[in-house]
Design a protein around this ligand. Structure first.
Ligand code: ATP
Ligand code: MG
Length: 439
């Protein structure tokens, strides 16, 4: 399948970049990327493709500083906004954007927009804050977002663009998940309708790692590291009790990447339950009987459950949050109750410890690998915006930083392929059957 990865631009880039560039003898600080540099989206060759390697392949634009830019740095007024849930590394991204604009391009007007899209709306407007290298100096050492975040309000596109006009912004960086980037896309379209010269560049944030077309979202490695600690604690508790059961709930509304990676990182989980793989509790091959057998054999067990797993077993919550996301019923508490009831009914002694580390994970300080990633995402977002590119996200694909059109990135989610390598490795690590119960 080929995708349209062409990137929109506000206009031609005719201004020489102020980033120092010295060829041959001097240092090459800019390492400019040519506008024609592309990578192949899917490097796997099928037999038919190998006969004609590139035709029909989707190509992605390589990110990085351009020799010519669209905006004159002295005229730039950039805004940075963060929306949606917390994720390790948001402050690192804000810091990188600010520093790259300031030091690389000499931009002096950088404004932090507070508490997400609602902070731009008339009745919930928030005062903005000026960002400079001093303000952002130490922010990567703390979790959360120094700008504040929120949900809702993102669909009031016209009023948001009014606010951007009022603030005199010509550059907007949107740090947030699928909802945020859908909002950003609508904002960019409204900007185009009004014939304004404002670029909108997104930095995709999803702790669940479920943005399609993007290899690894920032904060994901930190999340797995933190989740692995929770699993280690659950394992210790389980191991130290008679028929000890450790149950850990991790993030993953639609995709079980954190659960799968955590299981592989710790090798202590016996059951991993994710949204992509349905399971049932009852029956000879159901979770409860499998758990019972595991306890009979080894006297302790560890379960990792992603928050979106097994929702079909639960009563429909039918509620949604301010952004319109479906509210999930707590699968962790449900499992805790069902497992407890099962063993109590059988008069079998057991100890169950339920750990939900979600908020500790979301608010964690980014691990060094994520910090590196965040700063490079932030830098590349700035280079893209300065070159006049708009309606796009920065991301990592096949180890290259690339530009991805917003419309393509939000078109679908990435999920664990239950017939793929990752899930196979998880099954090998846990020894759980391919199917738990009726599935
Ligand atoms: P995460 O899900 O990782 O927390 P997110 O960006 O998806 O991040 P949401 O709360 O869903 O978080 O959305 C963030 C912002 O985007 C909110 O202000 C919301 O109103 C807005 N938004 C969500 N969906 C849309 C949409 N379809 N169109 C316009 N705006 C949207
Ligand atoms: Mg979302």
């Amino acid at each position: 399948m080929s995708h349209d990865f062409s990137i929109a631009r506000l206009g031609e880039a005719t201004i020489p970049s102020p980033i120092p560039y010295a060829s041959e003898k001097g240092t090459d600080m800019a390492n400019y990327v040519g506008d024609d540099e592309r990578i192949i989206f899917n490097p796997a060759l099928s037999r038919s493709a190998s006969e004609q390697p590139v035709s029909g392949q989707s190509l992605l634009e390589v990110a990085g500083p351009r020799r010519n830019i669209y905006f004159s740095p002295g005229h730039v007024h950039a805004g940075v906004i963060t929306c949606g849930g917390l994720c390790p590394g948001i402050n690192d991204v804000i810091r990188a954007i600010t520093r790259c604009l300031w030091y690389r391009y000499g931009v002096r007007r950088i404004t932090g927009l507070r508490f997400g899209y609602p902070g731009l709306l008339p009745e919930t407007a928030e005062p903005t804050i000026a960002l400079d290298p001093d303000v952002v100096d130490d922010i990567h050492k703390i979790g959360g977002t120094v700008l504040g975040s929120s949900r809702g309000g993102g669909t009031r596109t016209g009023e948001i663009v009014d606010a951007l006009e009022r603030l005199n912004l010509n550059m907007l960086f949107t740090i947030g998940g699928d909802g945020t980037q859908k909002g950003a896309l609508a904002i960019a379209e409204e900007i185009e309708r009004r014939n304004l010269r404002i670029t909108v560049v997104g930095i995709p944030k999803t702790i669940d790692n479920d943005f399609s077309f993007i290899e690894r979202s920032f904060g994901f490695e930190t999340a797995v590291a933190e989740a692995a600690q929770a699993v280690a604690a659950a394992h210790t508790e389980a191991h130290s009790a008679i028929n000890g059961i450790g149950l850990v709930k991790v993030m993953g509304r639609e995709s079980g990447f954190i659960a799968a990676h955590t299981a592989l990182a710790s090798h202590e989980a016996n059951f991993v339950l994710i949204p992509e793989v349905p399971f049932s509790l009852e029956g000879d091959r159901g979770l409860l009987r499998l758990l019972e057998r595991r306890l009979d054999a080894r006297r302790h067990a560890v379960i990792i459950v992603a928050e979106g797993a097994g929702q079909d077993l639960l009563p429909d919550s039918s509620g949604s949050d301010a952004s319109g996301n479906r509210k999930l019923v707590d699968i962790g508490l449900f499992l805790k109750d069902e497992i407890s009831r099962h063993f109590a009914d059988r008069g079998k002694p057991f100890t169950l410890k339920y750990i939900d580390p979600s908020y500790m994970i979301r608010s964690a300080v980014a691990a060094p690998t994520d910090s590196v990633y965040c700063s490079r995402l932030g830098n590349n977002a700035v280079h893209a915006a300065m070159s006049g590119r708009t309606r796009m996200l920065v991301g990592l694909v096949n180890d290259f930083f690339v530009h991805i059109p917003m419309a393509v990135a939000v078109s679908r989610r990435k999920q664990v392929d239950r017939e793929g390598n990752l899930w196979r490795d998880v099954l090998e690590a846990t020894h759980q059957p391919m199917q738990i119960g009726q599935g």
